[in-house]
Ligand binder design. Structure first.
Ligand code: DX5
Ligand code: ZN
Length: 218
């Protein structure tokens, strides 16, 4: 299976959100990546339920919702009700991660766990069979347009080794600083979902940039 590309709506033009959603619909992108920030877990606030509900009306592709919020377990059904198909919570924000993951799956969504750059992959050893996706943060969460952290390659390889034979279908998603220059190396290391915000939306031709990120690696 070829890798998935998920443009991050955080970098879209909110004055023309419907237009940007149609661009994603009509492109080779696979998912919408939707960043929710609460100003507590991360030093920024993005958007919440009304915007996601609107996006879901426009979107013809799954919403991959990344919660950068404390106590994410409080809002699981509300995110399902506004259209989340994949719901990802941060390891660092989840005291009872196993319970939260089960609740996400019971609500009918795929469950993801995100790791900050300093959080080792080995901490997932006792939950890797229970989850559908891991987001490896390749920048410190909170903002688009930051520089990719090179240590991420080591984490991709560690996670690829961990999932092998235990959860071969696990998605390994990379979030932050993904570019047309590094996407091939990320896929080669074992990533199969690439989030891209500024690389897509700050480019001359976002549709072509998405095609570029979708190109199979040689
Ligand atoms: C960062 C967000 C990312 C962000 C990526 O906290 O989780 O999804 O939108 O943006 P780029 O691709 O510009 O690094
Ligand atoms: Zn994200």
């Amino acid at each position: 299976m070829s890798h998935i590309v998920a443009p991050s709506v955080l970098s879209a033009d909110f004055n023309h959100l419907g237009r940007d959603a149609q661009m994603i619909n009509n492109s080779e992108a696979d998912w919408f990546h939707v960043d929710v920030m609460d100003g507590v877990f991360v030093p920024n606030i993005s958007f919440g339920f009304p915007i996601i509900k609107f996006l879901n009306k426009e979107a013809t592709k799954p919403l991959d919702v990344h919660l950068m919020i404390v106590q994410p377990e409080r809002y699981i059904t509300q995110f399902r009700d506004v259209g989340a198909e994949i719901l990802t919570v941060h390891y660092e924000a989840s005291t009872h991660l196993h319970r939260t993951v089960q609740a996400i799956k019971d609500a009918g969504m795929k469950a993801g766990v995100a790791l900050n750059p300093h959080t080792p992959v080995s901490l997932l050893d006792d939950i890797v069979e229970d989850i559908d996706l891991v987001t490896l943060m390749s920048v410190n969460p909170g903002f688009g347009g930051q520089k990719f952290i090179e240590n991420t390659y080591k984490k991709i390889k560690a996670l690829a080794a961990m999932k092998s034979g235990r959860n071969d279908d696990l998605y390994i998603e990379i979030d932050g600083g993904v570019t047309l220059q590094n996407y091939g190396n990320l896929v080669e290391a074992g990533a199969n979902v690439l989030v891209a915000g500024s690389t897509v939306f700050k480019s001359e031709n976002p549709t072509e940039t998405i095609s570029g990120l979708k190109k199979p690696i040689a």
